[in-house]
Design a protein around this ligand. Structure first.
Ligand code: RB5
Length: 150
């Protein structure tokens, strides 16, 4: 189950994200917003991130004008590793090396077709099973818990 959320600034990419989810046969839960009326991006970033953090959703796609504000918000929720992404290489590597469980895209930054390619790659790439990457992701969790890592 994929969490999907956007603010008014990200709304224009939402249909593109839904098309990719359907193309890949992935179920999703839509946390709003549902039109272009101005709303506060932290509300929608937090809704989707909390659904991923709780395990209700496996991963999340969030959209705002830049992908920045909503991504920063998501990263404040424990257990979230959200990548704000504008290219396919980072999309792939964020899964392979960082096990990113959320992606934030900016609808004022990306064209529709690039956004769809980024999402296809991000949704179909698995985390690398190499120990060094698992260790580094665990270090991120330790930083989140306020633990020393060096
Ligand atoms: C809304 O105008 C805009 O600030 C928001 O969508 C996002 O880009 C914030 O980071």
């Amino acid at each position: 189950m994929i969490a999907l959320a956007c603010d008014h600034g990200g709304f224009d990419l939402k249909e593109a994200a839904i098309e990719v989810l359907k193309e890949l046969g992935l179920e999703y839960r839509d946390f709003g917003t549902h039109d272009r009326k101005s709303v506060d991006y932290p509300v929608y970033g937090a809704r989707a991130a909390r659904a991923v953090s709780s395990g209700e959703c496996d991963r999340g796609i969030i959209l705002c004008g830049t992908g920045v504000g909503i991504g920063i918000t998501a990263n404040k929720v424990p257990g979230i590793r959200c990548v704000t992404c504008s290219d396919t290489y980072s999309a792939r590597m964020s899964r392979l090396h960082n096990n990113a469980n959320m992606i934030a895209l900016g609808s004022r930054v990306l064209g529709t077709e690039l956004a769809k390619d980024i999402l296809r790659i991000w949704l179909t790439t698995d985390f690398s099973d190499e120990q060094r990457h698992r260790d580094r992701v665990e270090m991120i969790a330790r930083v989140e818990r306020g633990e020393e890592i060096e």
